[in-house]
Design a protein around this ligand. Structure first.
Ligand SMILES: Nc1ncnc2c1ncn2[C@@H]1O[C@H](COP(=O)(O)OP(=O)(O)OP(=O)(O)O)[C@@H](O)[C@H]1O
Length: 624
């Protein structure tokens, strides 16, 4: 710390500008005038025969009379400091400045005072709450002023007795090797400064242990809790009606949202906090039980909380009834002389319901909760159903059915067709686009229009068409069901549509007869497959994976069976032919007059049977 330090000022709440004048008037008054001539401060010693002014080696500014008696001295008007030999008397107080740069006096925060009970450091003013005390007890014989004197090596208390007797209490401080002063600091510490090696050093801080961590009444500001077991961010607002002054700076404390009304005790309740330590040392009531303590707070409108600290026995203790609340320290475990605090708070939003009984409140809250719960459940069910519907529309789980062709993702088709860029043509169901799959194979994507959400029939059709395998029929490679859109993916026919070849008049597209004949034959084969073989295929058990896997073989067997079951048994093959057919050496005749699926054929058989000679042997073998 630099030099010099301010240890006293005339009127610190009214700093003066450069050019201000201090005058010792001819009438004996010492007067400080600001540059505008206004009187800022005076000793009020006019007419008291002041002969002169002296600033003593102790730092005392003295007005003396012709007999060298002190008429006025600055030592009698301490501000925030005491100099060696200076007293702080009952009725006086040291009040720190606001900060190290703002030298005006703090209002209602820290103070150091002497009473008939001893020396006390207080926080607050309404009434002040002691965070440090040096109490004296004994026979009070002092009829004069009670005071503490700053002596070399001690702060000596003369409360019960007056000097020159021994002090009633001594706070030991380091002996002065050079000049010393004591200052009550803006943060409530009392620091002893000593001039050493060219600077002012702090050589003692007697209140330090009372202001450490959460013990400090302003550790978390007003109306706040300091969590004693938490190093990081230990501050939080008191429970109830309190909000932080600045959420970014929780140590600045909290304010009451709605101040308590004095006469509305029915609107008030307690917020209990266990394991509390409150700094206030002086109890308002001693040897009372917890209920008495709370009742005393109820009866006192200004009381903000009932803080109860157990004595040696659990039922009685000390009661504190603060009018303003500073930081309370809490712990998650029982602390020495376990204390509880009951914060007086307003019952939240009680007014409209205050006449309801407790049962009524419980009933209403139960109904509201049940309705709310049902609402939540209903909403969840709605969401699940909606999601299911969407899932059904978008992702029908059919890909694993036997005979089902590939399922494509919409994005896959979008990429393959370059966003449905190249249109091949348009038929009765919609447009067809050319595309190339990732494996390089070309596809034709038919976008079905107007199917909307006809999901099941579409999928059944896909399953059915997907099972068609014939060299003369365009193969369905897969499908896509995305939202309400449906797509069929065919293998790409590089020669395009047959109609273009048949109806085109230019020479390039003219088809020779041989080619036309082949086309006719192939179309016929394809149609024959569709009308005959495919119908048989349709009869293969769709729910048997094994049968579906061998569907074509099964169809071949069924053809052999129908060959043998023909109405005209003369057309039935011999067993050796059947064996050859089963071995695949010869093909089953194509013109069969037995149809598994057409009941009319069966009826015809039965009707014809009546007119014919009875069949010999089994129907399957038949007469030959
Ligand atoms: N697999 C394919 N490969 C190449 N082009 C195709 C393919 N499928 C269809 N196209 C083209 O798309 C056009 C429309 O075909 P689509 O099958 O939709 O209609 P269509 O067979 O002409 O009539 P319909 O609506 O009666 O079936 C065809 O004329 C053809 O040019």
């Amino acid at each position: 710390m630099g030099y010099p330090q301010v240890v006293w000022s005339a009127n610190r709440d009214h700093p003066v500008s450069d050019g201000a004048i201090l005058t010792l008037t001819s009438t004996g008054g010492l007067v400080l005038q600001d540059v505008d001539g206004s009187t800022v401060w005076t000793t009020n010693t006019t007419g008291k025969s002041v002969a002169g002014l002296n600033l003593t080696d102790d730092g005392n500014l003295v007005l003396f009379d012709i007999n060298s008696f002190v008429v006025w001295q600055s030592f009698d008007y301490p501000t925030d400091c005491l100099l060696l030999g200076q007293r702080l008397s009952q009725g006086q107080q040291l009040i720190p400045s606001v900060s190290s740069t703002d030298w005006t006096a703090q209002k209602g925060l820290f103070s150091l005072q002497v009473t008939d009970k001893g020396l006390f450091a207080y926080v607050g003013s309404n009434p002040p709450q002691a965070y440090y005390s040096y109490a004296v007890s004994g026979n009070d014989t002092n009829k004069g002023k009670r005071y503490v004197t700053f002596l070399n090596g001690s702060l000596s208390l003369f409360t019960l007795t007056a000097e020159p007797s021994n002090p009633d209490g001594v706070i030991t401080i380091p002996q002065a090797s050079t000049t010393q002063y004591i200052k009550l600091m803006p943060d409530g510490h009392l620091k002893l400064f000593e001039w050493q090696a060219g600077s002012w050093l702090v050589v003692a801080d007697p209140f330090n242990s009372y202001l450490e961590g959460c013990k400090n009444p302003l550790a978390c500001g007003r109306n706040a809790l300091c969590l004693g077991n938490q190093r990081d961010q230990p501050c939080k607002c008191l429970p109830g009606d309190f909000i932080a002054v600045d959420y970014q700076k929780p140590h600045l404390g909290c304010t009451e949202i709605t101040p308590l009304k004095c006469n509305a005790t029915q609107d008030q309740t307690w917020y209990p906090i266990q394991n509390v330590a409150y700094f206030n040392i002086i109890a308002d009531m001693e040897n009372v039980d917890i209920e008495t303590c709370k009742q005393a707070c109820v009866n006192n409108c200004s009381c903000k909380a009932a803080i109860f600290r157990y004595g040696l026995d659990a039922s009685y203790g000390d009661c504190y009834l603060p009018y303003e609340l500073f930081t309370m320290m809490t712990f998650p475990y029982v602390i020495h002389r376990n204390a509880s605090a009951f914060i007086k708070v307003r019952i939240p939003s009680l007014s409209p319901y205050s006449k309801l009984s407790l049962a009524g409140i419980i009933l209403i809250s139960t109904i509201v909760s049940v309705v709310f719960l049902l609402g939540v459940i209903g909403f969840l069910i709605y969401l699940i159903c909606k999601r299911r519907r969407a899932t059904l529309m978008e992702e029908e789980p059919i890909g694993e059915l036997p005979g089902m062709p590939n399922r494509f993702y919409y994005e896959e088709l979008k990429t393959a067709t370059d966003n449905f860029n190249k249109k091949l043509g348009e038929g009765g169901f919609g447009a067809v686009y050319e595309g190339t799959l990732e494996d390089g194979s070309k596809i034709a994507v038919k976008c079905l229009e107007g199917l909307g959400q006809v999901n099941k029939s579409f999928l059944a059709e896909v399953q059915s068409i997907g099972s068609i395998h014939h060299v003369n029929l365009v193969r369905l490679r897969g499908f896509c069901a995305w939202k309400s859109q449906r797509f069929l993916v065919y293998e790409f026919m590089s020669n395009g549509s047959l109609d273009q070849w048949i109806y085109h008049r230019d020479q390039e597209h003219i088809l020779e007869w041989e080619c036309r004949k082949k086309i006719i034959l192939d179309v016929a084969k394809g149609l024959a497959y569709l009308h005959e073989d495919w119908m048989l295929l349709d009869m293969v058990d769709k729910y048997s994976e094994n049968m579906q896997t061998h569907a074509l073989e099964v169809v071949e067997m069924m053809k052999v069976a129908s060959w043998c079951l023909q109405y005209d048994y003369t057309k039935r093959p011999s067993m050796s032919t059947v064996v050859k057919a089963l071995e695949g050496v010869i093909e089953v005749e194509s013109r069969l007059d037995y149809n598994f699926t057409d009941p009319r054929t069966q009826n015809t058989i039965v009707e014809q049977e009546k007119d014919m000679t009875p069949l010999m042997g089994s129907v399957l073998s038949g007469p030959r």
